[in-house]
Design a binder for this molecule. Sequence first.
Ligand code: G6P
Length: 369
Amino acid sequence: EAAEKAGYEHFMLKEIHEQATSVYDTFAGKLSELDGSVNLEELNISDEDIRNIDRIEIIACGTSWNAGLLGKYLFEKLAGIHTDVDIGSEFRYGNPIMRNNVLSIAITQSGETADTLAAVKSCKAYGCNSIAITNVVGSSITRVVDSVLYTRAGPEIGVAATKTFTAQLIILYLLSIRFARTRGTINTNEAKDLLIELKRIPGKIQKILNRKAEIRECAEIFAEERDYFFVGRNVNYPVALEGALKLKEISYIHAEGFAGGELKHGPLALLDEGTPVVAIATKGHVYDKILSNIKEVKAREARVIAVAEKGDTEIEKYVDYVLRIPPTHEMLAPILSSVVLQLLAYYTALAKDCSIDKPKNLAKSVTVE
Ligand code: G6P
């Protein structure tokens, strides 16, 4: 096992470090930043059918569901397609309305999650075209759907998903840009900008990894707290949810993620100096809004850790700690912020001497209900 960990203390840390490569491997050969095109040969859906999609139904569980929520922002913003994101177990026992041209997209790292599989099978029964995003070649989900888009993250051993999550995000960026180009909802230059920046992401992940000592310092300061809040808006909202999930999974600290605008609808009642708040505050159209949330939270004496871009000097005025990411496109920042939050969770769990790769009561793959 020590050999498999390649010198890292835990598989999770190794897998966090592999992300510069796994992100690259997942998009390699699939995009051309010269003409803004995305080539997904694996897709068994015609351009005409892509133009006719009325709604996308994303189905997933756990971390994959958080990836799916980012997918909703991408498909709606870039491709103009109404998108719902359902939890596998809710969808399968719900009463979904599957009229017209619904495309179902299942996201599952293992390809074996029972609830996701059952939900996707019911989509098939409704006659939907279906796509699976999975990391495991030949897994059960691949036998159910019309098209399989593989994440190329390599095997993930740590129970807490890391490199498979960022690889899922990459597929969602590629798919939403591909749909947007086919439907004519973004122009060549907008696509080029996104793809040029996507190609820079692996190098930027490496920059974060090189400065992990700062994240460790911050994690150690708050490791003994009982509750942690994570807030984000728009594309950073799924990042907040995933940051909270990572922390609770491996450090056993109670952590919750919120959309910034929801703070005043309940969570503020719980805040005091003993509840650190992580605010994902990357530049974009809701930056001022998240700054307002930070001020609300500071007024309740909570200490705030911001995830913000290098060069953002304004943020320092309002928060206690800043964890930096290299500047990037507003839509792509979630990949980088997620790496920061994975490291924050990892070093918190390390400081508490938790069983990082095998957290209590959790399994890597949930193949029963
Ligand atoms: C388990 C794992 C999580 C994972 C979830 C969904 O709970 O511990 O890390 O996100 O299952 O798994 P899937 O393989 O469907 O992505």
